[in-house]
Design a binder for this molecule. Structure first.
Ligand code: IVH
Length: 668
């Protein structure tokens, strides 16, 4: 049968959705990873062979796309996203309960639940399918982050069972589980990237990434706690949440219906300690009147509902003495002040150090030597100083003054206008910066040199075998083998790793050089625009800022880097060693659009128009500017010209959306 593939694709999608739900929502895996992957591969292959079955809500779409989206479209909320009034005081919870009692003057129930500490999200469903995911924004309009949210495996793309309203909204919290947070921060530490202060920042930062494939790798989770719409299934909040769970949403088990203030107090006491065993961060509890009719009767104030209140847990804090401030110099030369404290017990661990971030924070705290300071952990891993007990300050205590010279090499520190950080400008002579740069160069995302971990790099540097990145390529097995903990086998491995790194693409080589402000994305933009190292070295300020996303700060930094003879010399040595310093010609990606002519109109959420032009060509198609009878597709974005639309309709030109285009070309 010709339609057999449709049946099989549908079958696979349903099965994979169910398995996803069991794994990510119920935490009850039903098959082995191996079986799951095999089904996923089969579905991927079938979808590739049958583009007519493309679907943005297919389980295959959860891996996201590596192509950068350019900004997020703004979307107006159907219902404003309000916040909750909150309190730290159990007494105020009692007062709220009495107010509700008085306002309703009839029996009522209160649903107690946990307050998840992530970033709020509004999910729109139509006919049981996810159509949009919007951040809170200013409460009235938010960012359309649908592509990123599709990668969150505990969010159903297609609902289970039936009985849901034709259109409705689910609100909840996107979270980064503690385990993922720890893993990502460990990676960032290794890369000397700034750490996320807490899982909340990590979750909201991840949701705003332009690259949905990277979001997919962040393993975000989501709990849903609020249903909105016209024809909700039941008339209580609790009941609706249980239905939502049946449809595939992750709804917390910690939800409880309470019928008295005593039951509420009991719930609060239990979860105050039990929440610490949860895999995700919580910062309090939320109390909601259960009946939707009663909710409506109580109504809203300008900012928040009267029928709900949040009780926030007090962050634990301790008071201890500041012993000294030390300064760490990172790979990029940024100097970070660290407070050394008299050891103090705080939420189960002994705290001896706290980050002070930068000079402004020290000034804001008006920190003096020997001060008694308050330290808090809250949801943050690195404890921070939140205040100073001035009444306990010694009369002669001196104000903490930020250092003016690099503690490692003695160079005068600089602070650029508008920047919070001080840094050491001696990037080629300051030991932690050299060591850091050598490590950065060998890192997985840069030259990816097997066998050269941070310890080995430090050893090579300390033995004087490697002073700059070009020295790596003069190493021999005989240089390395005699070193501690290495030997012949590791030495050979390192040499072949170095050899292999010569075919690493130009963009990664540029990133590996560690030029200030030239991260992975900027490196890609620069290599795409200038194509080879000579053109880049000779680029003028004006040419640099013409490149998309390259501003004055980056341009200055690139110019400054290549203005130094030592750097030009380094590039010459790397070139001589055989590293890739030219951008490969853009290769054809497929012939899916062979012979097709495509007109682009309007603005897009996932890529810029230029990127779409490039994609059309890369898939064998032709981009044309005007609609004619020969046009095969009109790729239609938002706000597209009405004349083009009318003409396309008249000539019967097929109009496709951005998502359809991406699926058609296999770029989704
Ligand atoms: S209900 C109109 N329930 O806390 C009421 N919110 O300060 C809508 N939050 O914006 C919110 N856990 O981001 C609700 N179980 C929970 C929650 C929760 C976390 C967040 C949410 C909200 C904020 C309120």
């Amino acid at each position: 049968m010709a339609d057999d593939y449709k049946k099989r694709i549908t079958e696979l999608r349903e099965a994979l959705n169910e398995l996803n739900y069991r794994y990510y929502v119920l935490n009850e895996p039903a098959v082995s990873d191996f079986e799951f992957d095999a089904m996923m591969r089969e579905l991927q292959a079938m979808e590739k062979a049958h583009p007519d079955m493309a679907d943005p809500n297919s389980p295959t779409q959860r891996v996201g796309s590596d192509l950068a989206q350019s900004g997020f479209a703004q979307v107006e909320h159907r219902y404003p996203m309000l916040s909750l009034s909150n309190t730290y005081s159990p007494e105020e919870i009692r007062e709220w309960y009495l107010r509700v009692q008085k306002g309703l003057n009839e029996p009522f129930e209160v649903v107690c639940e946990l307050k998840f500490d992530g970033t709020s999200i509004s999910l729109w469903y139509e006919e049981g399918r996810l159509t949009k995911a919007v951040t809170r924004g200013d409460g009235v309009r938010g960012d359309d982050v649908t592509a990123n949210v599709r990668t969150v495996r505990s969010i159903p793309l297609v609902l289970n069972g039936g009985g849901w309203p034709r259109t409705f909204e689910m609100r909840g919290e996107i979270l980064m589980p503690w385990a993922v947070f720890d893993r990502i921060n460990a990676e960032r530490e290794e890369q000397e990237e700034p750490l996320f202060a807490n899982p909340r920042n990590a979750a909201s930062g991840s949701l705003k990434l332009q690259n949905s494939a990277e979001v997919a790798r962040r393993n975000l989770d989501a709990y849903l706690y609020y249903m909105l719409g016209d024809n909700l299934p039941g008339d209580t909040h609790y009941g609706n949440m249980q239905r939502a769970r049946e449809w595939g949403f992750k709804v917390s088990d910690a939800m409880k219906v309470c019928r008295s203030i005593d039951e509420i107090t009991e719930y609060m006491a239990y979860w105050d300690s039990e929440r610490k065993n949860l895999p995700v961060a919580t910062d309090g509890m939320v109390l909601k009147v259960n009946s939707l009719v009663q909710q409506r009767n109580l109504g809203f104030t300008a900012k928040s509902p009267r029928w709900a209140i949040a009780y926030k847990f007090q962050a634990e804090r301790a008071c201890t003495r500041l012993v000294s401030v030390s300064y760490q110099v990172g790979r990029t030369g940024v100097v970070t002040p660290v407070a050394n404290l008299e050891p103090v017990q705080l939420s189960g661990t002994v705290v001896k150090r706290a980050s002070l971030h930068n000079a402004d924070i020290i000034a804001q705290l008006d920190l003096h030597c020997g001060d008694m300071v308050y330290v808090e952990k809250g949801g943050d891993i690195i404890p921070k100083i939140t205040g100073v007990e001035e009444s306990l300050r010694d009369s002669g205590a001196e104000r903490v003054k930020f250092i003016t010279e690099c503690p490692e090499c003695g160079s005068a520190l600089v602070r650029d206008e508008g920047e919070a950080a001080h840094y050491c400008p001696n990037s080629d002579g300051c030991p932690p910066q050299i060591k850091g740069l050598l490590e950065h160069f060998t890192h997985r995302k840069a030259m990816n040199i097997d066998g050269l971990g941070s310890e080995t790099v430090a050893l090579l540097y300390e033995k004087g075998l490697v002073r700059d990145v070009a020295d790596f390529y003069s190493l021999t097995v005989n240089d390395i083998a005699p070193l501690d903990r290495l030997g012949e086998k590791s030495a050979k491995n390192i040499i072949s790793g170095l050899e292999a790194s010569k075919s690493v693409p130009f963009a990664r080589v540029l990133f590996a050089l560690g030029i200030r402000f030239v991260g992975e994305t900027v490196a890609k933009r620069l290599t795409a625009a200038f194509r080879n190292i000579d053109a880049l070295m000779d680029a003028t300020y004006d040419q640099l800022i013409e490149v998309e996303e390259i501003g004055g700060r980056i341009a200055e930094s690139v110019l400054d880097y290549f203005s130094k003879p030592a750097h030009r010399d380094l590039i010459a040595r790397l070139k001589a060693a055989g590293l890739t310093m030219v951008e490969e010609e853009r290769v054809a990606l497929s012939d899916r659009l062979a012979g097709k002519s495509v007109v682009i109109s309007g603005v897009f959420a996932h890529h810029s128009r230029d990127e779409y032009k490039a994609l059309i060509t890369a898939h064998g198609g032709k981009n044309v500017s005007a609609v004619s009878a020969k046009t095969d597709y009109l790729l239609a974005g938002d706000n597209m010209g009405p004349a083009k639309l009318e003409k396309a309709n008249k000539l019967g030109v097929k109009i496709i959306t951005e998502d359809e285009f991406l699926i058609m070309t296999g770029e989704a």
